[in-house]
Design a protein around this ligand. Structure first.
Ligand code: SIN
Ligand code: CO
Length: 373
């Protein structure tokens, strides 16, 4: 691995995670950029890749979404090109996310990469996710303000900015430095040089998304069909009022649906294993045979997981890419959740189990795992 991350994780989590922004100087010693600005521009021309170009001249902002056909009209100053989920599309860049697997995978969003020329940036803003901004090529000045209520406004329909803020961090970042920012802290990056930044983002779901996704699950699975009932009803003086005990009974009906532990796990596994950005899925061509898979693994070949694929174990229930997976070997399935690269020693006895080999072969043929060439 080219880039090694040095963070004292227990200390970082205790002092900073979700609490305070912090600069981690030289967290990637001797940092090597995994991508060039030209390669990033190439990705921003692909329809599958979510990209943006943000520019500013004399305080007038504009923004457009990719895919871009060319970059001919750009000057030498005042713009920034950003691509989301580069870890799904560019394997050397995906390596940058790997050392963050000390944090739960279901919290990971993606790796966003930005390339900015002098005067370029997205402007002062607030994010609703935790972000580790890694400084790559060039130096960039980052300012972070305190998480206090601030006015937000759109200087362009595709941009959400905040009013100017007093910095609590004002730093010039050099390659290999990391700026960690929890949700809600305003920040702004400014550069005098051509610069690359890599943002590893962790987004927590909000209650609205959880309720809406659970409601979809309830509909698909016919949950909560029982109707409100009130055999203890008494004569009302005021027919136009909903009484507190009735409200409470309604609330209990709803809470009861969410409280079924099995349904809750089945729903959350599907929800949390759903990728938030498109994956680069290609079914195996030609397909693997079961014998081939078994022989290769017994012979020491290593399996690689499709980058960005979410594979989760919730209390012995397994989920891959929005689907529940009933497996023939829970121990091996757990290893598939735990490691992104694995082989014989992690999969163990399951390699002798024809039912598990059949499942794994099917998953490989879907493009979820493959043998590194
Ligand atoms: C950038 O890389 O310019 C933006 C990163 C961020 O503000 O989260
Ligand atoms: Co930001």
């Amino acid at each position: 691995m080219v880039n090694q991350l040095n963070i004292n994780w227990p200390e970082f989590l205790e002092k900073y995670w979700q609490k305070q922004p912090v600069v981690l100087k030289n967290a990637f010693p001797n940092f090597v950029d995994p991508i060039t600005p030209d390669e990033l521009a190439g990705l921003a021309m692909e329809p599958e890749v979510d990209s943006r170009l943000v520019s500013q001249t004399d305080g007038k902002w504009s923004a457009s979404h990719g895919p871009f056909e060319h970059f001919d009209d750009l000057g030498e100053t005042g713009w920034s090109l950003l691509a989301q989920a580069v870890n799904h599309w560019h394997m050397p860049s995906a390596e940058l996310v790997r050392p963050f697997r000390v944090l739960p995978e279901w919290r990971l969003d993606d790796l966003m990469i930005s390339y900015s020329v002098p005067g370029g940036g997205v402007g002062p803003h607030i994010d609703n996710y935790d972000v580790f901004i890694i400084q790559g090529m060039g130096r960039r000045r980052w300012r972070v303000g305190d998480a206090i209520p601030m006015r937000q406004f759109c200087p362009h329909p595709a941009l959400l900015h905040v009013d100017p803020f007093e910095p609590i961090i004002d730093v010039e970042m050099s390659p290999g430095d990391i700026l960690y920012i929890p949700p809600g802290f305003p920040h702004d990056g400014f550069t005098y040089e051509d610069t690359l930044n890599y943002s590893v983002g962790f987004r927590g779901p909000n209650g609205r998304d959880l309720i809406s996704s659970f409601a979809d699950y309830a509909l698909e699975n016919d949950l909560g069909g029982a109707h409100y009932s009130d055999p203890d009803l008494t004569v009302r003086e005021h027919a136009g009022r909903v009484e507190a005990h009735e409200l409470e009974r309604l609330r209990s009906m709803m809470v009861e649906i969410v409280s079924q532990p099995e349904d809750f796990k089945q729903w959350f596994g599907r929800f949390a294993s759903t990728p938030r950005h498109e994956l680069d899925i290609a079914p195996a061509e030609p397909p693997y045979s079961e014998e081939e898979v078994q022989d290769a693994l017994m012979g020491g070949e290593m399996l690689t997981r499709l980058s960005g694929l979410r594979v989760l174990n919730i209390d012995g229930n397994f989920f891959i890419n929005s689907e529940s997976w009933k497996t023939a070997d829970a121990k091996a399935a757990d290893a598939l959740c735990r490691f992104t690269e694995l082989g014989q020693s992690e999969l163990g006895d399951a390699l002798q189990n024809p039912a598990f080999i059949a499942e794994l072969t099917a998953l490989m043929n879907q493009g979820y795992w493959f043998f590194e060439e």
